[in-house]
Design a protein around this ligand. Structure first.
Ligand SMILES: [Zn+2]
Length: 529
C-alpha cells in the first residue's frame, strides 16, 4: 500500500507543470447514497443540474468508493484526501467525528471535530501554495461537512435542530451571515407542508403503495410534515426540502465570503436527503425517484447561481457520492424470490463472551463480564492482552469455532482474516481488495464478515434499507467532473473516489503534502492552454 501510494505521488508530481492560471472555484458535491444507476434509470427526466453534468461533463462510469465499510464517514473522508479509510483512520460512522471536547455553538447536540482524521486534503495542498485560498464545507450531517476537508480549520457548517452551526474546533461564534440565515427560521416554517410528486403520476413507473416502505406507515404521496414547528424542523431531514435548504445556505455563504472572486477557493457541499429517503423507502421506490428529480432541479438553480457569479471558465464541479445502497431485503424476497436477509450476530457473539466469562469465573480471574470480542459492521475486534491465556483459551481456537458458527448464519457469504489480505488477488477479488483498503493495521480487527449480495446488517431499530457492505450495490458511485480543463465524454475503467483529489490537484497545479493512495485521472483533462 505504502509503495503504491509513493508511486502515485511520484506520478502526480512528475506530471506537474505550473498552470498559467487556476480555476477560481472548485465545487465538490457529494450526494449521500446516490447510486449511479439512478442517473441512467431516469435520464430522460433529468433536465436540470444532474442532466447538465451528465451531458457536458466527464462521466466516469466505473466509479467506486472502493473500500469495505461503505458508510457516510469513511466515504466522505476519501473524496478530497486521496486516501483509503485504512489511512484516514475514519473506518466507520460510529468512530467518525464524535468529539465531546468540541461542543456545538448556539444549540445542543453531539460535539464533532476531525480529530480522528489522519492525512491532508486538497484544501491543505491548495493553501500550501496559496495561503489566501479558503474553503466552505456544508452538509446536513456533521460528518458530511467535516470529513471532506480533513483537519483544515475553515468555514464548516452542518444542520442541527433547525439551524446551521459549527463546533468549537472551528470557532467560538457563528459569523453574521450564519446568524442571519438561522434567524429566518426557515426549517420551522416547513410545518404542515407537504411533499408531492414533481411530475404527473404517469412519469413514475414505481408502485407507490409498497408495504415494506418506511416501516409500513405513511407509504404513499403526499407526505406531510408535522404541524408543530419544532417537530417539522426535525422531520425536514427526511424530505427533499432539506437539500434545497442546504443549498440555499451554501449560496448565502458563497456570497458572504465572496468565494471564487480572487484566488482559488473550494466549496464542498454534501446533500443528505437522498440517503434519508433511500433508507426509509428503498432504492426502488417512487419516493427516491421523486427525490432525484427534485435534486436535479435544485442543482440546476444552484449551479446557475454559481456559474453566473464566477463565470464558467473559472469553475470546476465534481459530483460524487459517499456510498450506494442495497434494496430492502423484504422487497427483494417478495419481488425476486432471491434469498436476502437482515443479519445480526449480536446473540452469537454475546454467547461467546458469556462462555468466556464463565471460564474466567471458574479460573478465578478477576473482573468477569468483560467484552472479550466486539463486533461492528462486519468487523470482529479482539483485544488479547494475555487474558485469553489466563483462562486457558487459545484465541485461534475461539476464532476458528466462531468462524464455523458465523458461516452457518443465513446471509453470510465470507469470512476473511486481515492477515490473509496481503496474499489476496486484489484484481479479481473486489471484496478482498475493499477490505484491504478498509482496515488500518492498528484497528484490532481479527476477522471480517461479508454478507451475500442483497443481505444487510440489521440496524435493529426499524426496517430500513442499508448500505455498508463491500458489494457493488453499496460501493458503486457516480464520479463526474465538469468545467474548466475537463474533456466531456464517457470514461470507462475503474476510477476510485481516492483519485478525485489528485486529479483536481493536477487541474489546480498543486501537489499532495503527504503520501496518498489515489492517482490522477489525466485522460479526462484537456491539455493546458
Ligand atoms: Zn446512510
Amino acid at each position: 500500500m505504502i509503495l503504491a501510494a509513493g508511486v502515485a505521488l511520484a506520478a502526480v508530481t512528475g506530471s506537474m507543470t505550473p498552470a498559467p492560471s487556476r480555476p477560481k472555484l472548485v465545487v465538490v458535491i457529494t450526494v449521500d447514497q446516490l447510486r449511479p444507476d439512478y442517473l441512467n434509470r431516469w435520464k430522460t427526466q433529468l433536465t436540470g443540474g444532474l442532466g447538465q453534468l451528465l451531458t457536458e461533463g466527464a462521466v466516469f462510469t466505473d466509479g467506486y468508493q472502493d473500500h469495505a465499510i461503505t458508510e457516510t464517514a469513511p466515504g466522505h473522508s476519501t473524496i478530497l484526501s486521496g486516501l483509503w479509510p485504512a489511512h484516514t483512520g475514519i473506518m466507520r460512522n460510529s468512530q467518525g467525528v464524535q468529539d465531546s471536547l468540541a461542543p456545538l455553538i448556539g444549540t445542543s447536540g453531539p460535539g464533532a471535530s476531525p480529530r480522528r482524521f489522519r492525512g491532508t486534503t486538497l484544501v491543505d495542498w491548495l493553501k500550501a501554495s496559496d495561503p489566501k485560498a479558503r474553503a466552505l464545507s456544508v452538509s446536513r450531517k456533521d460528518r458530511g461537512a467535516i470529513l471532506p476537508i480533513g483537519q483544515a480549520k475553515e468555514q464548516v457548517y452542518w444542520y442541527q435542530s433547525g439551524i446551521f452551526t459549527t463546533s468549537r474546533y472551528y470557532s467560538d461564534t457563528l459569523p453574521a451571515w450564519v446568524q442571519s440565515f438561522n434567524a429566518r427560521h426557515l426549517a420551522f416554517q416547513a410545518a404542515n407542508t407537504t411533499w408531492t410528486l414533481l411530475l404527473p403520476d404517469s412519469a413514475y413507473k414505481e408502485e407507490d403503495n409498497e408495504p415494506w416502505e418506511n416501516g409500513g406507515h405513511d407509504v404513499v404521496f403526499p407526505h406531510r410534515l408535522p404541524a408543530d414547528s419544532v417537530r417539522a424542523a426535525a422531520a425536514i431531514i427526511g424530505v427533499p426540502a432539506m437539500d434545497s435548504l442546504t443549498l440555499l445556505f451554501v449560496l448565502e455563504g458563497f456570497e458572504a465570503l465572496r468565494l471564487g472572486r480572487k484566488g482559488t477557493d473550494i466549496l464542498a457541499v454534501s446533500l443528505s436527503t437522498t440517503d434519508a429517503i433511500g433508507h426509509a423507502f428503498g432504492p426502488d421506490s417512487r419516493e427516491i425517484h421523486d427525490q432525484v428529480l427534485r435534486l436535479d432541479r435544485y442543482l440546476a438553480w444552484f449551479l446557475k447561481r454559481v456559474t453566473d457569479r464566477v463565470g464558467r471558465d473559472n469553475l470546476v464541479v465534481v459530483l460524487t457520492a459517499d456510498h450506494g445502497v442495497t434494496s430492502l431485503p423484504e422487497r427483494t424476497r417478495a419481488k425476486t424470490g432471491a434469498p436476502a436477509y437482515r443479519v445480526q450476530l449480536d446473540t452469537l457473539i454475546g454467547a461467546v463472551n458469556h462462555d468466556l466469562d464463565r471460564l474466567a469465573g471458574a479460573a478465578g480471574a478477576a473482573g468477569t463480564s468483560r467484552e472479550w470480542l466486539g463486533f461492528d459492521t462486519g468487523m470482529l475486534f479482539l483485544q488479547d492482552n494475555g487474558r485469553f491465556a489466563a483462562v486457558g483459551v487459545k484465541t485461534d481456537s475461539v476464532l476458528d469455532a466462531l468462524t464455523t458458527r458465523i458461516l452457518r448464519v443465513q446471509g453470510v457469504a465470507r469470512i476473511i482474516k486481515p492477515a490473509d489480505l496481503a496474499r489476496a488477488d486484489t484484481a479479481s477479488d473486489p471484496i478482498a481488495r475493499r477490505w484491504l483498503h478498509q482496515l488500518s493495521p492498528d484497528a484490532g480487527v481479527v476477522l471480517t464478515v461479508t454478507l451475500q449480495p442483497g443481505s444487510i446488517w440489521d440496524p435493529g431499530s426499524s426496517l430500513i434499507a442499508m448500505h455498508g457492505q463491500p458489494s457493488d450495490d453499496d460501493a458503486h458511485v457516480p464520479i463526474i467532473f465538469w468545467g474548466r480543463g475537463i474533456n466531456r465524454g464517457t470514461y470507462a475503467g475503474r476510477m476510485n473516489t481516492v483519485d478525485i483529489a489528485p486529479t483536481l490537484g493536477v487541474l489546480l497545479g498543486v501537489t499532495p503534502l503527504s503520501l496518498i493512495d489515489g492517482r490522477a485521472r489525466t485522460d479526462a483533462l484537456a491539455p493546458r492552454d
